[in-house]
Design a protein around this ligand. Structure first.
Ligand code: S3P
Length: 175
């Protein structure tokens, strides 16, 4: 297996840096960058926030899976930032693992709390939560999701991680 003909998919919790790192990594690798949330927004011509508000999380999850499959079919290897919940079903996890080098950007619950507390968030799942409720949500949800995230081919500590280190890890995994 050679990283050159593989998609690189980044998974991890909201606020773990998937989009920022993904964009930088794509540039470094000379590839297209796809943010799955943005991809969905373009397809449905609606923001994720409006999608949640108008059609609920269930519909969002169906669309997320549908467009994940579309992204996977793209021939040209890309760098893809998944949404925080994308990898957390058996179906999605399997398809991602089988069709990419999957990387988990791991950030501790306490650091996620510090990051997400500061960002004036449009994220529908945590919008309007008090600091206490946000902290609880992060700890609980991360615990539920980590068994999925941890099945990625690579797990990197996202605290202080840069795109050059990320690229090295990908190359090392599939030279
Ligand atoms: C979600 C994370 C969001 C977005 C949606 C649901 C989640 O993506 O897909 O709001 O379930 O954690 P980011 O992780 O890019 O914020």
């Amino acid at each position: 297996m050679n990283y050159k003909n593989q998609h690189v998919f980044l998974c991890g919790f909201m606020g773990s840096g998937k989009s920022t790192l993904g964009r930088q990594l794509a540039k470094r690798m000379n590839r297209q960058f796809i943010d799955l949330d943005k991809f969905i927004e373009n397809k449905v011509q609606k923001s994720i926030a409006d999608l949640f508000k108008e059609q609920g999380e269930k519909t969002f999850r169906l669309l997320e899976t549908r467009y994940l499959f579309e992204v996977i079919k793209i021939k040209q290897p890309a760098v893809v930032a998944l949404g925080g919940g994308t990898a957390c079903t058996a179906l999605n996890l399997d398809i991602v693992k089988q069709n990419s080098i999957m990387v988990y950007i791991s950030v501790s619950a306490n650091e996620l709390f510090e990051r997400l507390r500061k960002s004036n968030t449009k994220r529908p799942l945590i919008k309007g939560l008090s600091p206490e409720a946000l902290n609880l949500y992060i700890h609980r949800t991360l615990q539920e999701r980590e068994p999925f995230y941890k099945q990625a081919h690579l797990q990197l500590n996202g605290s202080g991680l840069n795109d050059s280190q990320l690229f090295d890890a990908v190359r090392h995994y599939a030279p």
